[in-house]
Design a protein around this ligand. Sequence first.
Ligand SMILES: Cc1cc2nc3c(=O)[nH]c(=O)nc-3n(C[C@H](O)[C@H](O)[C@H](O)COP(=O)(O)O)c2cc1C
Length: 178
Amino acid sequence: MKKIIAFGASSSKTSINKTLAVHVASKVADTSITVIDLKDYHLPLYSVDVEAEIGIPEEARKFDEIIKSADGLIISLAEHNGTYTAVFKNLLDWLTRIDMNVWKGKPMLLMATSPGQRGGASVLAAAKSYFPFMQGNIIADFALPSFYDNYSSAGISNKKLASELNDKVELFEQSLEK
Ligand SMILES: Cc1cc2nc3c(=O)[nH]c(=O)nc-3n(C[C@H](O)[C@H](O)[C@H](O)COP(=O)(O)O)c2cc1C
C-alpha cells in the first residue's frame, strides 16, 4: 500500500490548512496516511551561525527521513503576509541544509487555503515557482478560497470547487501508480 504524508504548513493548533490536507488525504484511495503536525518539530531559528554551532538538528533529520519514506505528499500551505509561515520557511531552510532536493521528486498535491477570497493564492504561487528547484514534483495544485464559507465537516460545500478538487485528487492517485 502506498504511503502518503499529509500536513498543513502551519503551527496553529486550529490550522485550517491541516484540516484541508487531512480531508483531501482521506479521499485518496488505497493508501496509508501519515499526518504530520509542524508544531511537533521544535527547530531553532535558522542562521548560518546557529548551524555552525550546533550542526543540523535531529528534528530536521527526522522530517527529511519522513519525506524519504513517502510515496506521495499532500501539503496545504498557510499564507502569512503573502508567503510561507515562519515555521514552514524555517523548516525548509533547515531541510535544504541536509539535502537541496527537499521533496525528492515525490508526487505532490499542493494546496493552500485561507479565510480570504484568494485562498492563499500568493503562497501557492511562491511554492509552485520554487519547489521545482527542490525536486518538487507538483502533480496538481489547488487553492480553496474563503475557507469558512466553502468548507464544513462534511467537506467542501461549494460543488464547483469540490469537483475541481476531485479531478486533482484523481490525477494525484494516478501519479502514485506510476
Ligand atoms: C501574521 C498573519 C498574516 C496573515 N497574512 C495573510 C495573507 O497574506 N493572506 C491571507 O489570505 N491570509 C492571511 N492571514 C490569515 C490566515 O490565512 C489565517 O490565519 C489562516 O487560518 C492561516 O492558516 P492556518 O489556520 O492553517 O494556520 C494571516 C494571518 C496572520 C496571523
